[in-house]
Design a binder for this molecule. Structure first.
Ligand code: BES
Ligand code: ZN
Ligand code: MN
Length: 496
């Protein structure tokens, strides 16, 4: 991926191309810190090329300034309909065009404001997405990826942006970009490459790359000692042993205590309640929640936030076999609650139940879990927002508002007590799946039974947004890293 560094007025060598992104009907360069002479030259060029700024438009010509050989105007369409998705799409178009034209050093001049966002929020979004717009996953490709050739991305400062200002923003962008990249790379790795054991190793590597992050891995023995019957049950059908990854960031005088939990099913075949063959390969993404948590933990450590943050990743492979759990089986979770396994494909909640119970020992005042938990959530919200279920109305409002601003949307679903009735078991304390209806919320109400008393808790069902089966909203196919930006921003805001 491209290096990310800023560029001021005179680069040592001219850029191959400078890309100017702007909404239709606006002045493309009004907000960019060019001097009067440069602006005159650029205005003449604009007159000559006559770009209209329409969505999808790309118009190139010779650059009238010495800073670059070429200049390309990139239309963002109508300003009032500008969105996170459209901006991401435009940035991807830039990367594709630059690659096609063999431009290795490119500049970005972007003046765009997303309706509803402050100019600072818009700016940070643009910088962050620009930094990751060239993402591809080519670990298993003999021929490496299309965007690899771009090796310099230069950001043009805005008129009202000092050098220090931009530098600070880029620092935070670099850090988030790394975290997102970690989450996407983990998410995209196939299940033969990323087993629960390898996920544990990956978490260790992430922790090794930064100070202030400690990793402990609970293996089968430790899980047995802590009676984590949920995690053990889910993993018992696989040749790969389940684990729990514990990542801890413990600053000296923490202001808050937060636990983040990520579902880490490295492959979900459904188990004995086997899934249909079509699309089953996508179940390598069933650890997208785990990936997000590991990415966030990296960012938290790098930011050295004065919050105690513990990341819990229960991880297992859900497989059918002679040792697998079977429908009708009754398991005892770490909390002591017994669960009738009505459907072995409702495995995520079994392992999350143990992690939620385990979280109590860290005395969290706040718990957020991330899980590709239900197809029903995808039916409800498609790929536009994660389902948000919580026991705290204020937390709900905060996450919703923040999600809209950072471009990782979450939408509330209710947790009415009545839903618990859907999980009534004749033989155990509850069963792990209900009938067809309300699939996302019955999963949520199941989890709620295992949340430690008094903790605020939010469950994010990211089944529709954690990975995509095609490019959408300017996000790449495959793992999206959903949750990394939202959660990091949320934790930073907790300190305000
Ligand atoms: N990992 C799946 C949920 C999922 C489905 C994620 C589609 C992404 C796309 C989960 O473990 C699962 O299988 N859930 C079942 C629950 C049901 C058996 C109660 C589902 O959604 O069908
Ligand atoms: Zn699953
Ligand atoms: Mn499943």
């Amino acid at each position: 991926m491209a290096d990310l560094y800023q560029f001021r007025t005179a680069p040592e060598e001219p850029l191959d191309c400078v890309y100017v992104l702007y909404p239709a009907g606006t002045d493309p360069i009004a907000d960019i810190a060019f001097d009067a002479k440069e602006k005159r030259a650029l205005r003449a060029k604009i007159k000559n090329l006559a770009p209209r700024g329409e969505d999808g438009e790309l118009i190139s010509g010779e650059c009238p300034l010495e800073i670059a050989h070429r200049i390309t105007f990139v239309g963002l369409g109508d300003e009032s309909t500008l969105s996170h998705g459209k901006l991401r799409e435009a940035l991807r178009r830039v990367m594709r065009q630059a690659t096609k034209n063999r431009e290795y050093q490119i500049g970005l001049a972007v003046s765009a404001r997303i309706p509803g966002l402050s100019s600072d929020e818009s700016r940070r979004f643009v910088l962050r997405e620009a930094s990751i717009a060239d993402y591809t996953f080519d670990k298993f490709k003999s021929k490496k990826n299309e965007f690899d050739k771009i090796d310099g991305l230069h950001i043009f400062p805005l008129t009202k942006e000092t050098e220090e200002d931009l530098e600070l923003k880029l620092d935070s962008v670099r850090l988030l970009r790394t975290a997102i990249q970690i989450a996407r790379d983990l998410g995209n790795r196939p299940s033969n490459d990323l087993t629960p054991e390898r996920l544990s190793l990956a978490a260790k590597e992430v922790a090794d790359g930064v100070t202030g992050l400690r990793v402990t891995i609970l293996g089968k023995k430790e899980l047995q000692k802590d009676r984590m019957g949920g995690i053990l049950a889910v993993g018992q059908g696989s040749a790969e042993e389940p684990r729990m990854i514990v990542l801890e960031h413990r600053p000296k005088k923490p202001k808050r205590s937060v636990v983040l939990i990520g579902k880490g099913i490295t492959f979900d075949s459904g188990g004995i309640s086997l899934k249909p063959a079509k699309g089953m390969g996508d179940m390598k993404f069933d650890m997208a929640g785990a990936a997000a948590v590991i990415g966030v933990m990296r960012a938290v450590a790098e930011l050295d936030l004065p919050i105690k943050v513990v990341g819990l990743v229960p991880t297992a492979e859900n497989m059918p076999s002679g040792t697998a759990i079977k429908p009708g089986d009754i398991i005892t979770t770490a909390s002591g609650k017994t669960v009738e396994v009505d459907n072995t494909d409702a495995e995520g909640r079994l392992l999350l139940a143990d992690a939620l119970h385990y979280s109590a020992r860290f005395n969290p005042d706040l718990i957020i879990d991330f899980a590709t938990l239900t197809g029903a959530c995808v039916v409800a919200l498609g790929h536009e927002a994660a389902g948000l279920m919580t026991n705290d109305d204020e937390l709900q409002a905060t996450l919703r508002g923040l999600g809209e601003r950072v471009g990782e949307r979450v939408w509330p679903l209710p947790l009415y007590d009545e839903y618990l009735g859907y999980l009534k078991s004749d033989w155990a304390d509850l069963k792990n799946s209900g009938d067809r209806w309300g699939g996302a919320v019955t999963a949520g109400i199941f989890l709620k039974q295992f949340v430690p008393d008094k903790a605020s808790w939010a469950h994010l069902d990211i089944a529709g947004v954690g990975y995509l089966d095609k490019v959408h909203n300017g996000l790449p196919k495959g793992a999206t890293g959903f949750g990394v930006v939202l959660t990091t921003a949320f934790l930073v805001d907790l300190l305000k």
